[in-house]
Design a protein around this ligand. Structure first.
Ligand SMILES: O=C[C@H](O)[C@H](O)COP(=O)(O)O
Ligand SMILES: C=C(OP(=O)(O)O)C(=O)O
Length: 355
């Protein structure tokens, strides 16, 4: 953006190096994240027969509630670790269909003041706290500049349905160090997600910032740990057996691992948390039958459902309830994770399905 093209103000941010010096990652946490990234990739490549489960709030709006959620999730992740690898959704950047709150990094005070410097700081601190619990974190990467501030704390990343066809986001994925899931497009097109995986595996030379915040020419390494996420589309869900097998064949035809993540939320549940829970249990049955589903995504928080953000901000909100998409509540989440673990256990005894 330049000031002759409509940008009204420019306000310098701290550099990535400054924020990382203020909130450093320990060598132990860094090693744990590297291990989690490798485990996630092994699951997607069929070298580890556990199920990946990416579960957590649609968006973080209250870091205290997100940490409360993480503290509930961590012991379950430890208990079920032989069957499922649980990654907590820690989503700070929301792509909006027609406008609205764009997430904690963009507007941490939830009131349109857009204090992005504080948003980055709060996001990094929360990721550090969650990583200290031993939980792997997952997030959607949306703004091209923000990964420089937080990506070292993230074990798994997503490119969303609205940006899966964007060259900028594919290049971004090619320069990130963790496995990245590409969602199918909002119209249901799965091939664009597969193309995203292919493009992200290539090296790119593009624009970026270095860790001292300087505008730079960046050459990426290429990310070979890409996969797709089926999230349904404008014309309906795409989590059924037929869709899974068809998508697996498209992946195999592109020379990629046929293993898929399925999102029980979004257009696979019509954004209803009640339907989402049913879809997630249906997915457990499909997994137990040996379908090539390597991962499941679930939007879950402490309280079920969603609420509207008002001018009262955080003070006017019910604790632990989503302000973006409706989430399943904690008790249903705990029971669902047990069901998914049992399904993964059964699937591990089956021969892989030939797609
Ligand atoms: O996961 C979140 C939402 O589905 C996505 O950000 C779009 O939300 P919106 O359609 O409410 O803008
Ligand atoms: C925005 C999200 O999903 P999608 O890109 O599938 O709409 C999300 O998972 O938060």
């Amino acid at each position: 953006m330049s000031n002759d093209l409509g940008a009204a103000t420019f306000e310098p941010l701290p550099t990535p190096n400054q924020l990382k010096a203020e909130l450093p990652i320990s060598p132990e946490a860094s090693a744990r994240i590297a291990r989690h990234r490798a485990e996630i990739d092994a699951i997607m490549q069929e070298q580890d027969d556990r199920l990946l489960v990416v579960v957590g709030p649609c968006s973080v709006h209250d870091p205290a509630a997100a940490l409360d959620y993480a503290r509930r999730l961590a012991p379950i992740a430890e208990k079920l670790k032989d069957d499922v690898l649980i990654v907590m959704r820690v989503y700070f950047e929301k792509p909006r269909s027609t406008g609205g709150w764009k997430g904690l990094i963009n507007d941490p005070q939830l009131n349109g003041t857009h204090d992005i410097a504080t948003g980055l700081r709060v996001a990094r601190k929360l990721l550090l706290d969650i990583v200290e619990l031993g939980l792997p974190t997952g997030t959607e990467f949306l703004e091209p500049v923000s990964p420089s501030y937080i990506s070292d704390l993230v074990a798994w990343g997503a490119i969303g349905a609205r940006t899966t066809e964007s060259q900028i986001h594919r290049q971004m994925a090619s320069g990130l160090g963790m496995p990245i899931g590409f969602k199918n497009a909002t119209d249901g097109d799965v091939q664009v997600a597969i193309d995203g995986v292919t493009v992200a595996a290539q090296q790119h030379t593009t624009f970026g910032i270095d860790d001292d915040g300087r505008a730079s020419v960046v050459t990426t390494r290429g990310n070979n740990a890409g996969h797709i996420i089926l999230r349904g589309g404008r014309f309906g869900p795409n989590y059924g057996t037929h869709n899974v097998i068809h998508s697996a064949r498209l992946l195999a035809r592109a020379g990629l691992s046929p293993r898929i993540i399925v999102d029980a939320s979004h257009a696979n549940s019509g954004k209803s948390h009640i339907r989402q829970l049913e879809v997630a249990h249906e997915l457990a049955a499909q997994i137990a039958d040996g379908e090539p589903i390597a991962g499941v995504m679930v939007e879950s928080f402490i309280e079920p459902g969603a609420q509207k953000l008002t001018d009262a901000g955080l003070a006017g909100l019910v604790y632990g309830k989503s302000i973006t998409d409706a989430c399943i509540g904690w008790d249903d989440t705990a029971a669902l994770l047990e069901d998914l673990a049992a399904a993964a256990r059964r699937a591990a005894r089956l021969e892989p399905v030939d797609v």
